[in-house]
Design a protein around this ligand. Sequence first.
Ligand code: SF4
Length: 701
Amino acid sequence: MTQPDLPADGVYFRACNLCEAICGLRLTVEGGRVTDVRGDPDDPLSRGHICPKGTALPDLHADPDRLKRPLRRVGDAWEELEWDAALDFVAARLSAVRDAHGPDAVASFQGNPSVHNSGTLLSASAFLKAIGSRNRFTATSTDQLPHHFAGAEMFGHPLLLPIPDIDRTDFFLMLGANPAASNGSILTAPGMRGRLKAIRERGGRVVLFDPRRTESAALATEYHPIRPGTDALLLLGLLNVIFVEFLERLGHLETFTDGLEALRQAAAPYTPVAVAPATGVPADVIRGLARDFARAERAVAYGRIGLSVQSFGGLSQWLVNALNIVTGHLDTPGSAMFPRPAFDLLLRARAGEVHHGRYTSRVRGLPEFDHELPNVTMAEEMLTPGDGQVRALVTIAGNPVLSTPDGARLDRALAGLDFMVSIDPYLNETTRHAHVILPPATGLEVGHYDVIFHHFAVRNTARYSDPVFPIGPDQRYDHQIFAGLTERLTGKAGTSPEARLNLGLKHGPYATSVEDLRAHPHGIDYGPLTPCLPERLLTAGGRVHLAPAAMLADLPRLHATLRAPVPPLVLIGRRDLRSNNSWMHNTPRLMRGPARCTVQLHPHDARGLQDGQDVTVQSRVGAVTVPLEITEDVMPGVACLPHGFGHGRVGVRLAVAQAHAGASVNDLTDPERVDALTGNAALNGVPVTVRAAVTEAMSAD
Ligand code: SF4
């Protein structure tokens, strides 16, 4: 392969695009290698923060397993292709499936890195539009669809998500969130540990509800265990107290908010005494918290992954917003606020648009949201014969075999497809099924402006990053791959991502440009979040919907759980600072230390078992064997296993990850368990059993 030119020695500034925090980085390059990575202290958003994954970016660049040229599968082997030949072949095969079976026969799955790469984000949509399939799946319905559903129902757009103004709040109520490990999610706030400590140092409160005493619990002033999947009941309990004790005060929201009376009636049955047994949260804790939260001057409630990946995700995220609204903690400093990004995707949005339920999945009839179908339906759409059966798949920076429920079943479904192409830099657990892999340049090789996550940021800033490393003549950028495929399918290549970015920046609230941002290598600071309601609302009447009909209609389903039997042991997920969902496990420096893929059990549930022994965790859909970790950090009745592992499958080309293979939590999760309101996967709360693993010697006996 022809080697690319090397960058000149010197210091380079750019944003890290691995996670939602978009930290500014300062990289030193000497002799064509990155010799030092640290946080950029002059970045107005990250202020010098960096996490272990950021320091590993040069490892990603130098990873010998990273693909740079197209591969085509020939039997069990792979052969390299020239780019034009590869693009011709892929376009011809996709067209053949589409012509023979219709556009819905070609599905797509976009993984989480798709939204962290502006090249992909600004060019993949033209390619997917050219395919024209309704079978579009993304990581959104794995873990965050309830946020967008609530945003659309209450404020009129999936991206109208209230963001905690944590730098100015004095009371941060967190449910099912672990920002100390995630670095903030649906909350772009690099350096969350420091920001949480700052709340405490100014005399404020940080209250956390979670089934596990997480890394974030150590930073909270109060931690309360809560049974998985019962957060909506707790939130209704808090609202009940607020209404019964006449503590509601909408402030400036009152003149443009509908549904207060309906919400009051909805919360009426959920007294603290009624919800305490199901949630495991004592009634007096609920009463005290409701009073303090309602009376606090600057307070904000925030619910994240634990609330979204459960059977009542939509209700939970609705009720978090509702709690903020009825206590006046929305759209004021120190509460939940709406950012104004430099590239504002809402500027072209139409008020009153319908965002979900316009069509349903073929087999199970689950509704679409924002032109995507729930990924819990993906395998059944491939395996169930009939008109519209999925016969071809495009994956874009995704690894659904590890990241979606019952990955083992999806594994089998992928093996039976007529054609599969993966636009991905790795030969991983999913892309090993592809007929062709088209690897884009990535990491330090690509320019980047964070189109999505400035919409969720705690401060209005903007930063454009030029590539540090040039690519070689044998490599292609993601947007070149999408343009090449789009042109072959439609005859038109579409607009370049930089042109689209420039247009968006020019028409955005700060009328800036890529050139302007280039002239500010540390980023531009547009200041703290500012009140913007009702002007920013996109509901039909320009009003906040406090009690949307869809949410009220889902309440009986929740109510039934108040007296439903509780499984003896249920599964929840776990996140680690050194993991990035299903990837970054191929980086030696991030995999040092004790094995991280362990199942955690409370001593009460581990009777008869020994800490460190191998145990088998079994669910309805499968079983995995992992080491046991006995800890009082998880509450009784809960088994906790991290996600993103399971690299031991045959044919994967990830040497470091395979040496730390672990087991996939999604070989236990169940695609039949879904939040019926939104279609999000209910990954948490899966009933499981844990028993001593049968060793080979025992088995022989
Ligand atoms: S917190 Fe996220 S953005 Fe910041 S360095 Fe770590 S991975 Fe990169």
